[in-house]
Write a protein that binds this ligand. Structure first.
Ligand code: TMP
Length: 215
């Protein structure tokens, strides 16, 4: 059985990733693929417990290095128990955030040394790397306003990361853009300011083109 394909969605706050993950998963299933939809931090019982720890509380509850280690503890459990077994049985895995979020949030925006993050990637992720990463890009003010509206509608407070301030989010956007520019074979930059249908079309075009599927 051939290994399945691994697709990740990345970007700042309020970029509309979750809606687009659902739409892509639906289209892939209609095209006949066995698809596992998952997210980070989380996606396994242990990693979901770490998610609660890392997303709740005050913005300065954890330092960026501690966050990096928590994200990687969650990621290892998620890889071992969900992602690797799914890919091995030939399923496609669509994941809302993965290691680029650590590079961008903790690294580019949070100031963690790139060497620490690269070492964790090499040892913890090893060869479970995405075949395609869709990086959702939009102006910071638009994303933060959308995230605030979502939080209010869902009746919950901002997460620790949403409350980090505009300068943090500008560094974050620049970090994601730099990843897309540095790894053009793996990454596609998506204009997330487009309409929901427009973004869906961009995502589908990238998947069909780069992973050579039709449906
Ligand atoms: P989300 O599920 O709404 O995208 O929230 C996840 C939050 O966690 C988001 O603010 C980004 C943050 N995060 C990191 O800071 N580093 C990581 O490695 C991951 C996966 C997420």
């Amino acid at each position: 059985m051939a290994r399945g394909r691994f697709i990740t969605f990345e970007g700042g706050e309020g970029a509309g990733k979750s809606t687009q993950v659902r739409r892509l998963v639906e289209r892939l299933r209609v095209a006949g693929h066995d698809v596992v939809a998952t997210r980070e931090p989380g996606g396994s019982t242990g990693a979901e417990a770490i998610r609660d720890l890392v997303l709740k509380g005050s913005a300065d509850r954890w330092s960026p290095v501690t966050e990096t280690l928590l994200m990687y503890a969650a990621r290892r459990d998620h890889i071992e128990r969900a992602i690797a077994p799914a890919l091995e049985r030939g399923a496609w895995v669509v994941c809302d955030r993965f290691f680029d979020s650590t590079r961008a949030y903790q690294g580019g925006a949070g100031g963690v040394a790139p060497g620490l993050i690269a070492a964790l990637e090499n040892h913890v992720v090893a060869d479970v790397r995405p075949d395609l990463t869709l990086i959702f890009d939009l102006p910071v003010a638009v994303g933060l306003a959308r995230a605030e509206t979502h939080a209010a509608a869902a009746g919950h407070a901002e997460t620790r990361f949403e409350s980090k301030g505009a300068a943090f989010h500008e560094r974050l956007r620049a970090a994601f853009q730099a990843i897309a520019a540095a790894e053009p074979d793996r990454c596609a930059l998506i204009d997330a300011a487009d309409t929901i249908e427009g973004v869906e079309a961009q995502v589908w075009a990238a998947v069909a083109d780069r992973l050579a599927i039709h449906g």
